[in-house]
Ligand binder design. Structure first.
Ligand code: SF4
Length: 342
């Protein structure tokens, strides 16, 4: 198992000492060392836009992809890799419904088939994903292998998560609503918080770790603003190859994440007002459901929605409010939305 860490020394959650020392002021910003005021959030600030880590990631990956998903709201066919991710997440969430002693490999494997049937009842088109029975068998075999790898990474009999599939949100002073789902939140006896996310892909190479951690820092920022406490540890568990990426954030990390998130939102608003959503080809294009519409591959995007559509507003505030509406709310009850881990 590779254990990849940021710049700080990490210890197991059970070994983490209770934070006691007062936080130092951020020398870059001079910001209040006490951190954000959790009470000065959603109830007191007018929301002008909304962003989740996945949509921020879409825009960073390719502005045109963001447009197709958020502005045009084009449907995407289910992909086997994304559906398997949804299935494995569902099994790991359900696993913690079992009494601790029963959270075993056989128990997890037993959950796979009923969870698959539940997903099929919600999304019958998933049954059309496979070209052959052999392809389907291989798909299930890899789902079982991911569950087996999970147990190599940690022992769920020794864990009692505080929350699973936790919806979190906060409103920045700018009016931007940050929101998302956290796979699992662990809280140690001393109050330290660990944010856990399962990935069914493989761990990124070292040069791409910062990108992978952006999502986790985004969640940490939301929790910090919501609760006034910086999570002690961010943990990405890659079930595709059995590796863990861990990072211990501090307040300066989270302030930098806030600045980055607001910069992404400003870029989105600029693209919206200019009606300029450029393609940014990369290896992700091989998995893009909208490649046939992409000018980078000879396609033609549909006309942008106009009157009454998500991008019809003409004022900046209107644009932002439209964007808040345009970011599909189905993301909330169905947090994965069959999005591929990238
Ligand atoms: S094919 Fe590539 S460049 Fe085109 S929209 Fe999709 S991700 Fe962007």
């Amino acid at each position: 198992m590779r254990l990849s860490v940021g710049s700080r020394t990490l210890r197991a959650m059970s070994d983490v000492a209770a934070p006691g020392a007062p936080a130092a002021a951020d020398p870059a910003t001079g910001a209040d060392p006490a951190g954000p005021d959790p009470s000065a959030s959603a109830d007191t600030i007018a929301v002008t836009g909304a962003l989740s880590p996945s949509r921020a990631g879409d825009f960073m990956t390719c502005p045109l992809l963001y447009r197709f998903r958020v502005i045009d709201q084009l449907p995407e066919p289910p992909s086997p890799a994304a559906a398997r991710g949804t299935l494995v997440h569902a099994v790991l969430e359900r696993l913690f419904d079992e009494p601790a002693a029963r959270r075993t490999v056989p128990a997890a494997r037993t959950l796979l088939e009923p969870e698959w049937q539940r997903l099929l009842s919600e999304e019958p088109e998933l049954s059309q994903m496979f070209g052959s029975g052999a392809e389907q068998d291989e798909w299930f075999a890899e789902a079982y292998a991911m569950l087996d790898r999970y147990f190599v990474l940690e022992d769920p009999r020794r864990l009692e998560p505080a929350c699973r599939e936790l919806y979190v949100e906060t409103v920045l002073d700018s009016g931007l609503l940050l929101r998302g789902y956290i796979d699992r939140l662990d809280i140690a006896p001393n109050g330290d918080v660990r944010v856990v996310d399962y990935k069914t892909g493989t761990a990124p190479r070292a040069e791409f770790e910062a990108r992978a951690l952006f999502q986790m820092k985004f969640y940490a920022l939301v929790l910090w603003r919501r609760d006034g406490q910086v999570p002690r540890l961010l943990q990405l568990m890659y079930l595709g190859n059995g590796e863990i990426l861990r990072y211990a954030p501090d307040e300066s990390d989270l302030r930098a994440t806030q600045r980055k998130t607001e910069a992404i939102w400003r870029a989105i608003e600029r693209a919206r007002s200019m009606r300029d959503w450029r393609p940014r080809p990369s290896r992700i294009c091989d998995w893009c459901a909208h490649k046939a519409l992409c000018p980078a591959f000879g396609g033609t995007p549909p006309p942008l929605p106009t009157e009454g559509g998500p991008s019809s507003s003409r004022t900046a505030a209107g644009d932002a409010e439209s964007a808040a509406r345009a970011e599909p709310l189905p993301e909330i009850p169905s947090p994965r939305s069959f999005a591929v881990d990238i």
